[in-house]
Ligand binder design. Structure first.
Ligand SMILES: Cc1cc2nc3c(=O)[nH]c(=O)nc-3n(C[C@H](O)[C@H](O)[C@H](O)COP(=O)(O)OP(=O)(O)OC[C@H]3O[C@@H](n4cnc5c(N)ncnc54)[C@H](O)[C@@H]3O)c2cc1C
Length: 596
């Protein structure tokens, strides 16, 4: 994976476009048949008008290209056990027509949007469930459906909100908008975080925060509440300003907040053939919506001026200073910073603790502290030029990789030694030296491992030490190969964000390899937390208890608001069923199925 952009987002036209796409909504995309015995690779027009007859006019105007693979296997990126399976149809839409010399839309991304509309209409007509996936990085079945599964990998375009000369384009913004349009970018569904970094850095902008690595798509990332540890910023969904969603019956909607200044204009929505919905509950529900509100075609992000981060990593005992730091005591940070021996008493931008659960005794140095301080970008001159600052950053993928040496059934003693060895080389203490880099350099590429699993629990930061104690009760009884990584995230207003706990949520992640021992240990952790009085919620893209009890307990009235917003947006039981899957049903996130 690379941080270099594939290509830059498009610049908008100076005037509101007149050549809106004129495809009738119920024209279906042409499907390319593959993997069907007896059928060669070929273009097979499925387009038909409302009457069911062929509609030549639609083909003259253009039919979006969608590749189809029939009856084919799907697994997630890490090949996790029990994730994925065979799929009736895997559909890959593109920003391309099936025939040359058809209508040129004002933005090429509109062709992909039309393809998604066709896919939804066809799924409705065939009474199939439809679900999109991004990078496939989720470690559970949240992105999976065995009926119509949409691969967004070819929807890679973007759109700036200013022109080549950084001049505002008035027709795109609401007259009362106060946002700086130079910081806005609309990214299509398949845009990877690595690509976004490239787009933004070319304009001296940065993402306000991101996860530990860069292979997720932006929509996949926000849909499960992906976060880093910039505790003053929030998770990735918290800098989204608008969502472009293909919902019920293939209709196109632009969703943004009602509170606060408006962002896009009615004209802009019309240029996307979209209905504008300004609605706080709908916005906060759809943000972390894991595919349950439709196929999201694009997302509007507000970036920040580019910044650098200086990273320090310290290794130490799990002593009183670390224990006191588990709750991120910002109120008395000077004392904490001094006790931890940090290079400065200023508050860091990013704070993280990683523990080896089998090396927590005196002298065992099983605790690692990572702090990143925000630094200005020099007004002129080069940025730090290594693609990754020396000293590898910690991320889930690497943690999964680092313990791949550990097999099932080892004692805590052996497990602890192997884990310690790997953590020392991967988390890589910097010995008092600061390592300077951009956001994209610190949170860069990662390796794919087989059978990766992980679970992550969000708790109020005040309960972080109690949560560590619970997890240590399990590792004491059942040693399994996973460190405990604690990160801190400002509470999110997204209704089902697992980082919902005020004022700052502490997330505790245990990344490892899938094995019987690990599954049993996870089940013990789920059980202990369920019986504890610690408010908690699980990361939607990782291992979690597949039942509705914890969801109700974790979100209460927020869950009711999420369900109500979904019912108001997807007004029929059929539509809600279409954009669901068995995991969503088991989590109590939808009405009883009516079409199964
Ligand atoms: C190596 C690794 C490192 C990770 N690091 C972190 C981390 O640092 N912090 C963290 O919080 N998490 C982390 N995760 C978890 C990961 O960020 C989430 O699982 C994220 O959702 C994956 O994004 P994705 O693009 O792969 O989405 P997928 O896993 O493909 O999909 C996630 C959800 O989004 C939905 N979706 C995707 N695209 C669309 C669309 N166009 N329209 C509608 N719905 C859509 C899917 O249906 C699914 O419900 C990590 C995972 C791995 C494997």
């Amino acid at each position: 994976m690379t941080t270099a952009p594939i290509h830059q987002p498009a610049f908008p036209p100076a005037e509101a476009p007149a050549n809106l796409l004129e495809l009738p909504l119920d024209v279906k995309p042409t499907m390319r048949k593959r993997n069907v015995p007896g059928l060669p690779d070929e273009f097979e027009p499925l387009a038909s008008g409302p009457s069911g007859e062929d509609e030549p006019a639609a083909r003259v105007r253009g039919v979006p290209k969608v590749d189809v693979r029939y009856d084919s296997p799907w697994s997630n990126w890490h090949n996790s056990l029990d994730v994925g399976g065979r799929v009736e149809r895997q559909l890959t839409p593109s920003n391309a027509w099936t025939k040359a010399s058809v209508q040129v839309p004002w933005w090429i991304g509109l062709i992909g949007m039309k393809a998604l509309q066709g896919i939804v209409i066809e799924a409705r007509d065939r009474k199939k469930r439809v679900r999109a996936f991004g990078g496939g990085w989720s470690l559970n079945n949240v992105a999976f459906i065995d009926e119509d599964l949409v691969n967004t990998a070819n929807l890679l375009d973007g759109l700036w909100f200013v022109d080549e000369n950084r001049r505002t384009i008035p027709w795109m913004l609401d007259p009362h908008a106060t946002v700086d349009p130079g910081r806005l970018v609309l990214a299509q569904a398949g845009t990877r975080i690595s690509t976004l970094h490239g787009w933004l850095e070319s304009r001296r902008l940065s993402l306000p925060t991101c996860g530990a690595s860069n292979g997720q798509t932006i929509i996949g990332a926000i849909s499960t509440g992906t976060h880093g540890s910039a505790y003053g910023v929030g998770a990735m969904q918290d800098y989204v300003r608008g969502l472009h969603v293909i919902g019920q019956d293939g209709k196109s909607f632009w969703i943004e907040r009602e509170s606060g200044p408006p962002i896009v204009s009615q004209t802009f929505c019309a240029s996307l053939s979209s209905t504008l919905r300004r609605d706080d509950d709908l916005f906060d529900a759809a943000l972390v919506g894991f595919g349950c509100f439709g196929l999201i075609h694009g997302v509007l992000l507000e970036a920040v001026p580019m910044y650098l981060l200086e990273r320090f990593v310290y290794q130490r005992d799990f002593d009183a200073a670390i224990k006191a730091a588990l709750t991120l005591p910002l109120e008395d940070w000077e004392t904490t910073a001094t006790a931890l021996g940090l290079p400065s008493t200023e508050r860091p931008y990013h704070f993280e603790i990683v523990l080896n659960p089998y090396r927590l005794g005196a002298g065992q140095k099983g605790a690692f502290v990572r702090v990143l301080y925000q630094r200005p970008v020099p007004p002129s001159g080069a940025l730090p030029h290594s693609s990754r600052p020396d000293g590898t950053t910690l991320n889930s993928g690497e943690l999964i990789g680092c313990i791949s040496v550990i097999s099932e059934g080892f004692s805590a003693q052996i497990m602890g030694a192997a884990l310690q060895h790997q953590m020392e080389s991967i988390v890589a203490p910097t010995h008092g030296r600061g390592v300077l880099g951009t956001c994209s350099q610190h949170f860069g590429d990662t390796e794919r491992t087989g059978r990766g699993i992980s679970l992550e629990i969000g708790v109020p930061r005040a309960r972080a030490a109690d949560a560590v104690d619970l997890i240590l009760q399990v590792t004491a009884r059942k040693a399994f190969g996973a460190p405990i990584a604690l990160r801190y995230v400002k509470a999110s207003s997204a209704l089902l964000a697992f980082t919902r706990f005020e004022d700052i949520t502490c997330t505790l992640e245990l990344p490892g390899l899938g094995s019987r021992t690990a599954s049993e240990a996870h089940a013990m952790i789920f059980d202990l937390f369920a019986r504890s009085n610690i408010p908690h919620a699980y990361h939607w893209g990782q291992g979690l208890p597949v039942n509705g009890a914890w969801v109700r307990q974790a979100f209460g009235p927020r869950l009711d608001r999420w369900l109500a917003a979904r019912r108001a947006f997807l007004t029929t039981a059929e539509a809600r069923w279409m954009f669901s899957n068995p995991m969503i049903e088991s989590l109590g996130l939808m009405d009883p199925p009516t079409c199964a």
